[in-house]
Ligand binder design. Structure first.
Ligand SMILES: Cc1ncc(COP(=O)(O)O)c(C=O)c1O
Length: 451
């Protein structure tokens, strides 16, 4: 009989202790952090599922490559390895390194967008939306209707509504849309994948109007794995072949290498347009650094060059997607409402259904995230009304799984804590907002439980 258990496809060579706190300590820590988990000290967190961004464990091959980092200011060998490795997957002519994804976004929108423009996306991530809005353009989310219904099962809930895209272009005119973006996987919409068929249709629509298509490619490898598993005609293709095909339908991408780059820092921006690349590199020099390092050390470039290839390994992706689903399935079985089906990098609890007695203006996601910390020292993040204000389509609590960091017993503990909170959910109170910054308010907001 073949063995069915999917194990972590690695051995642990270096360990990092995590610290227990008492419930009483956590009550005080939470109050001091104004009920905003971003404001906690990481040392006071037992299991940190705040984000999968930059929190992964690097491989021995990445650490070895780091020692080869060429720290030359210009023309570094490490940049050549970085560019070649990325080009091998994305195929675009220019690879512009940035310190992380949002820097790539700022440069892209800074060069291509102006006040009054519109940028359609399946769902903009918070930094993407903020960077679009920062240049005076409007960020429009066009995910398919199924993508807005948390409990509905659909294999590609990250797909863009192609008819809505077409209607938008017709309504506002092609001149106001400098580019269209597809976020793979769709982080703010539950980590849900986009199908190749949808990529092809969006690409064809964009081409018919002469609008460039960009990928927000943070989790391109996880998206490729979902296509392999769920889309007809892709079962025998490698994740790399699938990724290469996807990128061929587009004109460029932004990337946070802190996700499927398997690195702790870094990002990049790609295009095949020489003129655009020149403008982007000029801006890069002004704010990030010379085009052969772009705000990164040579050793970071090396870690990404190796990591982005490791993210496409089948054993890794099989474990990655199965272990995320393990968490989702175990809490869903007990009745916890989650975005279905489980996403690639995270499980999203539907806080509106979990806490139906708390209205959106009292931030059910923030209330639930605070409770998970109080109960078991677990840090998660609200993706909802605090993060997106009026643009929030759902109130979710995201449990993001860092890559290659936690084992199954850590996840079993998380399941137990969530089920305990679920049992006592009627006693959880909503939150009121005490302080907010002018943009990206969720990072620094102060809240307090409603009396
Ligand atoms: C879909 C998506 N786009 C962009 C970003 C921004 O990347 P970074 O945090 O590296 O700036 C993130 C980060 O979480 C993301 O998930």
């Amino acid at each position: 009989m073949p063995v069915k258990t999917i194990i972590e496809p690695f051995r642990i060579k270096s360990v990092e202790p995590i610290k227990w706190t008492t419930r009483e300590q956590r009550e005080n820590l939470l109050k001091a952090a104004h009920y905003n988990l971003f404001l906690l000290q990481a040392d006071d967190v037992l299991i940190d599922l705040l984000t999968d961004s930059g929190t992964g464990a690097m491989s021995t091959y990445q650490w070895a490559a780091i020692m080869e980092g060429d720290e030359s200011y210009a023309g570094s060998r490490s940049f050549d390895r970085f560019r070649n490795s990325i080009q091998n997957i994305v195929g675009y002519k220019h690879v512009i390194p940035t310190h992380q994804g949002r820097a790539a976004e700022r440069i892209l929108f800074g060069v291509t967008c102006k006040k009054g423009d519109i940028v359609p996306n399946n769902t903009h991530f918070d930094t993407t939306r903020a960077n679009v809005e920062f240049v005076g353009a409007e960020a429009v989310d066009l995910v398919i209707a199924e993508g807005r219904q948390p409990s509905l099962n659909h294999p590609f809930k990250g797909n863009m509504d192609v008819a809505a895209l077409e209607a938008l272009i017709q309504r506002v005119g092609r001149e106001r849309i400098p580019l269209v973006m597809l976020t793979v996987t769709n982080n703010s919409g539950g980590g849900q994948p986009v199908s190749m068929e949808n990529v092809r249709q969006v690409s064809a629509t964009c081409k018919s109007y002469g609008i460039p298509l960009y990928f927000d490619a943070c989790r391109f490898a996880e998206n490729s794995w979902f296509i392999k598993l769920r889309e007809k005609g892709y079962a025998d293709k490698t994740p790399k072949e699938i990724a290469q095909e996807m990128f061929r339908y587009g004109d460029g991408c932004t990337m946070s290498a802190k996700k499927d780059g398997m690195a702790n820092i870094g990002g990049f921006l790609c295009t095949s347009d020489d003129l655009l690349a020149q403008q982007e590199k000029d801006l890069l020099i002004l704010t990030e650094g010379y085009p052969t390092y772009g705000g990164l050390a040579g050793r970071d470039l090396e870690a990404i060059a190796v990591g982005i290839q490791e993210a496409l390994e089948e054993d890794y992706l099989r474990y990655r997607i199965a272990s995320t689903a393990y968490l989702g399935e175990h809490i869903a079985e007990a009745g916890v409402p989650i975005v279905q089906p489980p996403g690639g990098h995270a499980i999203y609890i539907d806080a509106r259904s979990f806490l139906p007695h708390i209205s959106s203006d009292q931030f059910p996601g923030v209330a639930l995230a605070a409770e998970l910390y109080l109960e078991g020292g677990i840090r998660s993040v609200e993706i909802g009304t605090l993060m997106f204000a009026g643009a929030a389509q759902m109130d979710l609590v995201r449990l993001a799984i860092p890559r290659r960091v936690y084992t199954q017993s850590h996840i079993d503990y998380v399941v137990e804590v969530i089920l305990e909170v679920f049992k006592n959910r009627k006693g959880i109170r909503g939150m009121s907002l005490i302080y907010q910054a002018p943009f990206l308010r969720h990072f620094t907001a102060h809240l307090s439980p409603v009396i």
